[in-house]
Design a protein around this ligand. Structure first.
Ligand code: 5GP
Length: 195
């Protein structure tokens, strides 16, 4: 088991509805040592790639993205969420259904912060159905930039996002991939256990 899988076993709480709560180190209180290890591991997995921008989505992706941006010494941009569809003159806009909040969000990045010279590493805390990542990919493509890779802390492998992104040819790296979890027994199985 790697450091993140161990942390999930110790501190994660499995809720009904296929939801993993990691408030104690990622989504409310931030454990800097864990975030630092996640960032180093993502950088190691994307070694050799030229990356000049990190892109995430507010709010909980920002902590990891900032630490990754620090390691690459490149700007970190976070897509903002809005429930209204405003003019797209000054921004790139995409739609994402939020798994946790069960509603559609418009997500946007103001035009000056993405461009056709950008080689982007997308970073997020969780990957579930892939909606958030697909929206971020869409924003990069609208700007004419390139998605070099997608770095995720926790992938819920029982949901289709990971398979979808891999089948589309994206270089996706997830540090902990959950294959199954049970809220009644509070048990989790990671994909790494089968390999
Ligand atoms: P997706 O768009 O891939 O379905 O979901 C990714 C987003 O939903 C992430 O940005 C994350 O904030 C949130 N999310 C999805 N599943 C979970 C979960 O089990 N626990 C937590 N804490 N967040 C989740």
């Amino acid at each position: 088991m790697n450091f993140l899988e161990e942390k999930i076993i110790t501190d994660g709480i499995i809720k009904a509805g296929n939801l993993l709560k990691v408030d104690n180190f990622l989504n409310h209180q931030i454990d800097i040592d864990i975030i630092r290890q996640i960032a180093y591991e993502l950088k190691r997995r994307f070694r050799g790639e030229t990356i000049n921008k990190i892109l995430t989505i507010e709010a909980s992706g920002i902590a990891i993205a900032t630490m990754v941006g620090h390691l690459y010494d490149v700007p970190v941009v976070f897509a903002k969420k809005s429930q209204t569809t405003n003019s797209t003159d000054d921004k790139y806009m995409a739609e994402a259904y939020s798994f946790t909040h069960q509603r559609h969000n418009q997500v946007f990045v103001s035009r000056p912060y993405l461009s056709d010279t950008d080689r982007v590493l997308i970073v997020d805390d969780f990957l579930a159905d892939g909606q958030a990542c697909m929206a971020l990919i869409n924003l990069v493509h609208q700007a004419g930039g390139e998605v070099v890779g997608i770095g995720i802390a926790i992938e819920k492998g029982q949901q289709p996002g990971g398979d979808l992104l891999r089948s589309e040819g994206y270089h996706l790296e997830s540090i902990a991939i959950i294959d199954s979890m049970d809220d009644e027994t509070q048990s989790i199985r990671f994909r790494s256990e089968y390999n």
